[in-house]
Design a protein around this ligand. Structure first.
Ligand code: SF4
Ligand code: SF4
Length: 217
């Protein structure tokens, strides 16, 4: 059940990439993203649990050494997070337990590279990167709510300002439904242990690993 949802989610995420590429093709000067540009990867940001599972899935497809290195990088980042900004954090971590305002203040103080960022500034999990990573670099308007999504990048914001770019509409309904369905499936697989809400990528991977290990035992 979880694997089928992950499979469908991955396909749906690829459609976001197609939409993003379309915007970039139509407005090349308003979308300055390129390989190696990685300012957006030095940040603490929220992801739904499904993104953590997708990342773990990707890492498990790598060699044993690469997998172990990536999991260690997540552990290190989480420990620094605990030590420096959130002593009460544990796995599974939910932003809702500490509150969004508090998390945002922590994020401002916690400017560290994503554990999946490679030495040459590339995304080491590109095909399975979280949904939010696929949106950084431009802004979209949610067609269902009419709300323009927050801007994640100063470099892109400056480029857009110069070109007079207006946000394009995007439909997130299907992805939102998948996230909810995944949370429900987690809850039933793990006897209600899993709550809804958001985590961050390193914590999401550790959570997915913890629950996958539990399934295996
Ligand atoms: S979102 Fe910003 S920092 Fe990230 S790749 Fe695009 S331009 Fe570079
Ligand atoms: S998952 Fe990839 S794109 Fe997203 S922050 Fe990490 S390195 Fe950057």
């Amino acid at each position: 059940m979880l694997n089928k949802l992950l499979h469908d989610y991955r396909i749906r995420l690829k459609r976001i990439d197609t939409i993003f590429d379309d915007v970039r093709r139509k407005h090349p000067n308003a979308v300055p993203c390129h390989a190696g540009c990685s300012q957006c990867c030095y940040a603490l940001f929220a992801v739904p649990p499904i993104d953590g599972f997708l990342l773990l899935n990707e890492l498990q497809s790598r060699s044993k050494d690469t997998y172990a290195r990536a999991v260690n990088a997540c552990k290190n980042l989480f420990e620094i997070f605990q030590r420096t900004v959130c002593t009460e954090a544990s796995i599974p971590f939910r932003i809702e337990q500490i509150g969004w305002k508090e998390f945002e203040s922590m994020a401002e103080m916690f400017c560290r590279p994503c554990p999946f960022l490679t030495a040459n500034g590339h995304c080491g999990v590109y095909a399975s990167r979280p949904r939010i990573c696929r949106l950084a670099g431009t802004v979209f308007m949610n067609s269902e709510t009419g709300i323009t999504l927050p801007d994640f990048c100063d470099i892109a914001a400056a480029a857009r300002e110069q070109t007079g770019f207006l946000p394009e509409e995007i439909d997130f309904h299907e992805l939102d439904m998948m996230q909810m369905e995944f949370n429900d499936a987690l809850r039933s697989c793990f006897n209600g242990v899993m709550s809804t809400g958001y985590t961050f990528p390193a914590a999401g991977v550790l959570e997915a690993r913890q629950f996958t290990d539990r399934l295996d035992t």
